[in-house]
Design a protein around this ligand. Structure first.
Ligand SMILES: [Ca+2]
Ligand SMILES: [Ca+2]
Length: 122
């Protein structure tokens, strides 16, 4: 009776690299118009089915399937947990922005810091 449920158990998460999943996710979403902050916010709203201003893992995985991002079901939780930096089980807009613009954000942060240091000197 439960044979079907056991079929794809062999797919181990060994060797799954979150960075790879993140890169795939970013590339696909950028193709979906998630470029500027406004585009990302719009996308977030589309993904947030119940309007709670946060993405549950269910909403997140649904969006990944809808957008045909090509991340397999068993890898979705890995990606979700990777993005959920405060580990509350949902992605808020900050975490989502960070998820898509992470590297850029770090660069920006560094720039902001630099600017701050300059101001601080006087
Ligand atoms: Ca929601
Ligand atoms: Ca969170």
């Amino acid at each position: 009776m439960s044979k079907n449920m056991q079929e794809s158990r062999h797919a181990d998460n060994d060797g799954v690299n979150p960075e790879k999943l993140v890169t795939l996710f970013r590339d696909k979403l950028k193709g979906r118009g998630a470029r500027g902050i406004v585009g990302i916010q719009r996308l977030f709203k589309i993904m947030d089915d119940d309007g709670s201003k946060s993405l549950s893992e269910h909403e997140f995985s649904k969006a990944i399937k809808d957008f045909k991002i090509g991340i397999s079901e068993e890898n979705i939780p890995i990606l979700f947990n990777y993005f959920d930096s405060n580990h509350d089980g949902t992605l808020n807009i900050d975490e989502f922005l960070m998820a898509i613009r992470g590297e850029l954000n770090n660069k920006r942060l560094a720039m902001v810091k630099q600017a701050f240091d300059k101001i601080d000197k006087d």
